[in-house]
Design a binder for this molecule. Sequence first.
Ligand SMILES: Cc1cc2nc3c(=O)[nH]c(=O)nc-3n(C[C@H](O)[C@H](O)[C@H](O)COP(=O)(O)OP(=O)(O)OC[C@H]3O[C@@H](n4cnc5c(N)ncnc54)[C@H](O)[C@@H]3O)c2cc1C
Ligand code: SF4
Length: 329
Amino acid sequence: MKPFSYVRPSDTRAAIAAAGAGGASFLAGGTTLIDLMRLEVMTPSAVVDLGRLPLAAIERSGDGLRIGALARNSDVATHPLVVERYPLLAQALLAGASQQVRNMATVGGNLLQRTRCPYFRDPAVACNKRAPGTGCAALDGYTRSHAILGTSASCIATHPSDMCVALAALDAVIHTRHTRRGDQVRAIPIAEFHTQPGEHPEIESALEHGELITHVELPASPFAAHARYVKVRDRAAFAFALAAAAVGLDVADGRIRAARVALGGVATVPWRSPEAEQALIGQPPNRASFERAAAAALVDPKPRRDNAFKVELARRTVVRALELAWGTP
Ligand SMILES: Cc1cc2nc3c(=O)[nH]c(=O)nc-3n(C[C@H](O)[C@H](O)[C@H](O)COP(=O)(O)OP(=O)(O)OC[C@H]3O[C@@H](n4cnc5c(N)ncnc54)[C@H](O)[C@@H]3O)c2cc1C
Ligand code: SF4
């Protein structure tokens, strides 16, 4: 591990100031950052530990919910308001990692977790995301875990988060604070938070350097009664998604009034599908409607040799999630 300085400020302003220096990284639960520092994939010159900041509350906010950036994944997953009003989020969190990791991992860190592309995690090989302009070893490599949606000629890495797929379906808004141009706050809709790789896979989010996530807000959701997160993976626990779907249905008088469909494990960012949602609206909640929506969700996929199976797997995952959300036996 490369040497680095370490500070543990006790207020938000001091934390942002400490991170202002180029090369500094915030530290939350450390389950991504410390891992990648050990591998020398991330090499911050300074680590700003957020552990003392009062940003872990989970509380009502009007009709919605406000979740502090330092709330632990396990605390969010079991919070009564989340379980009751946002079961999709609870299910997605509980599908991720292990209890031990969830006890450390935070909401802010989960939003910014890095890809599990094995070439990204190996400093000996080319990777445009880790070292811009060096190439992409995955393009001629083994691509079973890689993305089929949102890819570019520079990077085909999958976004690994389960939580973010649920947040995409729930229209989460990410709130941040920075101090470069005075004390400023921003509210970033989740759809604008993660960025597709394009020619710059090293840029993964809308955040500027030193910008701190303070909390996430969820608007009121009409989907609590009919929502489901389905994750397909190689093992029943402690494995990242090969395909995942977060769905919600709002049904009245036998017709779907509103729908949410987001995909994980198959795209370079948490992948909301307006096409699938549109295909569901006005339809009866049945297998035929769900299959049409699933087909619409996979618009112009770009499979490679080893991950072509993901096209059909993702379709079936969406159908299964919709069936379970609706309560089809
Ligand atoms: C063995 C293992 C298995 C896993 N399996 C899964 C899985 O199945 N599904 C899944 O979704 N995830 C999985 N994960 C990933 C895990 O969810 C993330 O590592 C975790 O959510 C990151 O949160 P953290 O608080 O530990 O972040 P950290 O490691 O502390 O930080 C991660 C990044 O976020 C930045 N950051 C953190 N907080 C803030 C903030 N408030 N503002 C601005 N920047 C911030 C840091 O600077 C860093 O760049 C797994 C991890 C491990 C180690
Ligand atoms: S897919 Fe992306 S993360 Fe993986 S090696 Fe290529 S550039 Fe790097």
